[in-house]
Design a protein around this ligand. Structure first.
Ligand code: RAT
Ligand code: ZN
Length: 423
């Protein structure tokens, strides 16, 4: 069946909404991780994106806020961002999208009433409903073996019991805080020292390989400051060249770099105190050129870097651009970035990841982004249809499958899980 200008819109919107999503970078956890798995209404309200927005209006000293209980913080955030002002920012309106889609009464501004409605769910019914509503089928976590709470779960042989969740091995400590990393590794029984010796390198490689296997990690991941330079005569370059890339090659997994964060520009805000900064795209260029057999998943935080990064992906097939990260995960930026990425790369991108920290956020982050992606696709399809090119529903289905998961699984060299049983 060929689509025409009239029925194209209906078909694109329907198919985009039906396509199962792989969320390739989140901070969500499966139930195996117990207290790390955040899903309550107060968790949603105390999201660090909302905390920094709330402080725009508060006179309260930062320390006083952090001394409040989570419930008290949530009350304050609700009062400030939802009662005293209209909740129209991306993060605040997103919370309302979550409440609405989960069937809560958003016309009431009574937080206690909303809490009472929320309490009718259990964690497990909530997880199922959120995945159903958001269309997310597969969730990639962020897993850090330097986190003692998380490490315990993996060492008990748990962590991989829910097949909807996948691991990504986070290596920030090794790259960005070697003084801490070598001490921690020694405590864990690896024979490493501060000095960059052959023994130390071999032991860090052993550590990474053991954790990749234990987690069945899909990729290595790190977030880097904008002043990350590569190649350089420094710890990061040595760690990448002599430890991380060799381990990725040996185990056959990609390396994900999220570049352009300046941590704690305002330490008083804690997790909410990080800033974005411009990066040097030539670091990614050098990595892709030096290691043509190594796959790199790359996202950057500065809007200023996006176009150059997208052009770079035209030059290197081992570079996959992904997501609109953090401060770019807003309506205007998602639209702009999705458009020029598709204009420059066609369908060979991963347009979005959620970066969710609280489970219910999957609902809003994906609904907001999916609508924008659908609108961009529709515009592009209309243009080719106007030339007389015939488009079928199967074409659109294939394209959406690629954008919302297929490209990710193909790039990392694994079959798309959602399709495996049917094939
Ligand atoms: O988006 C976020 O929640 C940030 O705080 C970071 O976690 C960032 O996404 C990262 O993975 O470093
Ligand atoms: Zn993240």
């Amino acid at each position: 069946v060929f689509l025409n200008q009239e029925n194209l819109q209906e078909a694109v919107l329907r198919i985009v909404n039906e396509t199962p999503i792989t969320d390739m970078h989140t901070h969500l956890y499966s139930a195996d991780f117990q207290d790390l798995m955040l899903w309550e209404l107060d968790d949603l309200l105390t999201y660090h994106y909302l905390i920094s927005e709330t402080f725009r209006w508060l006179d309260m000293p930062y320390e006083q806020f952090w001394q409040l209980t989570k419930r008290e913080q949530a009350n304050l955030i609700w009062q400030t961002l939802f009662v005293e002002h209209s909740p129209i920012s991306e993060a605040a309106s997103g919370l309302l999208t979550v409440l609405q889609r989960l069937g809560l009464d958003t016309s009431s501004r009574d937080l206690e009433a909303l809490r009472a409605q929320w309490a009718k769910q259990t964690m497990h019914t909530h997880m199922d409903q959120v995945m159903q509503t958001s269309g997310v089928k597969d969730i990639v976590m962020t897993n850090d073996p330097f986190d003692a709470v998380e490490r315990k779960v993996w060492l008990e042989g748990k962590g991989n019991t829910d097949s909807r969740f996948y691991a990504a091995l986070r290596v920030d400590t090794l790259l960005n805080d070697w003084p801490l990393a070598h001490v921690e590794l020694a405590k864990l029984g690896y024979k490493v020292a501060a000095a960059w010796t052959e023994d130390t390198k071999a032991e860090v490689r052993r550590f990474l390989k053991e954790w990749i296997v234990r987690m069945d990690a899909l990729y290595l991941a790190v977030s880097m400051p904008g002043d990350f330079v590569y190649p350089a005569e420094d710890h990061r370059s040595r760690m990448i060249d002599e430890v991380m890339v060799p381990v990725c090659q040996e185990t056959g997994i990609p390396f994900a770099l999220m570049i352009g964060v300046r941590r704690r520009v305002n330490p008083g805000l804690q997790l909410a105190g990080d800033m974005s900064m411009n990066s040097d795209v030539s670091a990614v260029e050098a990595l892709c050129r030096n290691y043509p057999e190594q796959k790199f998943l790359i996202t950057m935080l500065a809007r200023e870097n996006q176009h150059e990064l997208t052009v770079l992906a035209r030059k290197f097939r081992n570079l996959m651009v992904f997501g609109c990260w953090w401060f770019l995960h807003i309506e205007s930026m998602v639209e702009e970035m999705t458009k020029f990425r598709i204009e420059l790369l066609g369908l060979s991108v991963i347009p979005q990841h959620s970066d969710c920290r609280i489970f219910g956020q999957l609902v809003y982050k994906w609904e907001h982004s999916r609508n924008i992606i659908a609108a961009v696709l529709l515009q592009k399809y209309k243009r080719v249809a106007a030339t007389g090119w015939s488009l079928t529903e199967a074409d659109i289905r294939r394209d959406c499958h690629d954008l919302f998961g297929g490209n990710f699984w193909r790039f990392i060299g694994r079959p798309t899980p959602a399709l495996t049983p049917a094939l």
